[in-house]
Design a binder for this molecule. Sequence first.
Ligand SMILES: NC(=O)c1ccc[n+]([C@@H]2O[C@H](COP(=O)([O-])OP(=O)(O)OC[C@H]3O[C@@H](n4cnc5c(N)ncnc54)[C@H](O)[C@@H]3O)[C@@H](O)[C@H]2O)c1
Ligand SMILES: [Zn+2]
Length: 679
Amino acid sequence: MTDLTPAQQLVARSNRLGADPKNTNYAGGNTSAKGTETDPVTGQPVELLWVKGSGGDLGTLTEKGLAVLRLDRMRALVDVYPGLDREDEMVAAFDYCLHGKGGAAPSIDTAMHGLVDAPHVDHLHPDSGIAIATAADGPSLTQQAFGDKVVWVPWRRPGFQLGLDIAEIKEKNPQAIGCILGGHGITAWGDTSEEAEANSLWIIDTAAAYIAEHSKAEPFGPALEGYGALAADERRAKAAALAGTIRGIASADRPMVGHFTDADVVLDFLASAEHPRLAALGTSCPDHFLRTKVKPLVLDLPSDASVEDAKARLKELHTAYREDYQGYYDRNATPDSPAIRGADPLIVLVPGVGMFSFGKDKQTARVAGEFYVNAINVMRGAEGLSTYAPIDESEKFRIEYWALEEAKLQRMPKPKPLASRIALITGAAGGIGKATAKKLAAEGACVVIADLNLEKAQAAAAEIGGADVALGVAADVSDEVAVQAALDEAVLAFGGVDLVVNNAGLSLSKSLLDTTGEDFDLQHRVMAKGSFLVSKAAARVMIDQEMGGDIIYISSKNSVFAGPNNIAYSATKANQAHQVRLLAAELGAHGIKVNGVNPDGVVQGSGIFASGWGANRAAVYGVEEKDLGKFYAQRTILKKEVLPEHIANAVYVLCGPDMTHTTGLHVPVDAGVAAAFLR
Ligand SMILES: NC(=O)c1ccc[n+]([C@@H]2O[C@H](COP(=O)([O-])OP(=O)(O)OC[C@H]3O[C@@H](n4cnc5c(N)ncnc54)[C@H](O)[C@@H]3O)[C@@H](O)[C@H]2O)c1
Ligand SMILES: [Zn+2]
């Protein structure tokens, strides 16, 4: 251990602590080390502070994530500290303490780490510690659980003054190894990195053991009749049926991506008598408010309430939630507060079913859900020992609408054009569909790739991104049950659906006399009926969401062009093309646009061409199969070969931010074929 630098020891310790969710919530807490290095300017020793910078998670912290400050300058800030009402100014002053390029941006908690007189300091947000920190009699519980080894620090918003408070407590209590920060978390220290880590873990584990030993049997009260968990398949079906409405509720102000969990911890909470009271009290730890809002929206109907009743009640509760949130903002905002950031809930709890959580992207939505699970654990611990007593509403507001947090939000990069939108593309394991999924994901959408073969759909999804970006599902679009199951998977993965691309297809090239009844049916089942089924299932979700949406058909030049040996394929393409116009007329009332793309001659990457159609076409035109793309190019007005990416670009334009007033259109992407001009 000793041959590691202080920064290396700090990173290793942070990664160990951050790897176990019992120790701290996602991206919560920060750690530091102090040590001496040679100042390259003077050649003299210089005392430095390495501290986890703003943002990022302890579990994945690297040296790049550390801010490096000169300790003498950081501590000199005490002499210019203007007092509590101007403590936020000290964050900017940290920049004048940086050593060299300084590494990551110093966080608000830098003061605590620098001012506490110990070489190694950990500040963490463990559920067990926060349970004691939010118990009504937290100070006496701290005494009982830890003796004089751990000291209670009354709630104070993170900042310079909290750093001074903790430094003083450490000085006055030389026997102490750390403290419980009221309403917030824990801080521990040590002379060595190992000692700080051991002290942190001792506080966390002692708190957990104390709760286990002293908690009342039913911290959330007795079971609430009728609110128990539904069977696993029932709750997933009900969750999928409610998802569109719930996403719409979370997205009234701005579109959100969703995450769903039916974890036992959530279902147990909702099945207990005290859950309405506790949920209304809201969360406590400072990093929760931006992620989960002050409190969740809780459906107040039993588990077996019908989907229709649940939807209607959720809408009433949404109106009430918005009024309540506006009231909270109005009661607490001062003239210099940032503008209200939207009044929709980020957490929606449905008894018997589970929890929906929301964020600007999938990762943020998932972490919001994790945070609410942390909140449930905290409430269980606090109620088990005493009464859960989170910080006051006005303090919650000061955190949620803190000028420093607002500045962080303003610094975030501009979202991509399709950010927060969820796309489902059929037949997207390869060819035009995969290129489309790639393009939509590159522009910020979450994508669901539906295709016949699960492994191939998943492989295409994995090529595009991780589970927060792309999901592969198996579905035969001609099978109504399979289509509904694919839509259900999509809405449970991302909360809903906004963009649907009817791309699945196959192609038989046969003369009228050679085309069998089954050939004809197959072409129509997959393309005409398949896209009808997908549009229907998706439109149901989109209508529930009340967020508009796009349905795009990949039809074909052949939907308007008449040539030989194409009766089944071209007829079903014409059917798809007319579905575009029919649905554009019908779904416009819901803000849903329906458009089509007419490709032609996309040979490269196309499974249709690879599986016989290409050879057949090449034979019809008397060229070699490998030259078919070039042959098609020569037939076009632009003399260009059409690639899957060109179709994908057209899909993006149709559903992107610029084509907001166009529906019922077909866009030819064929490098110019006069015989297929639309008129
Ligand atoms: N390639 C072209 O030149 C061209 C021209 C005009 C129109 N199109 C249309 O573009 C779409 C995509 O074609 P491509 O060239 O990329 O072909 P492709 O064969 O590479 O892709 C079609 C995909 O659809 C899937 N699929 C087939 N039947 C399905 C079903 N029942 N359920 C779910 N998925 C199914 C296939 O597994 C395949 O992954 C098709 O609708 C096609 O008719 C293609
Ligand atoms: Zn904290």
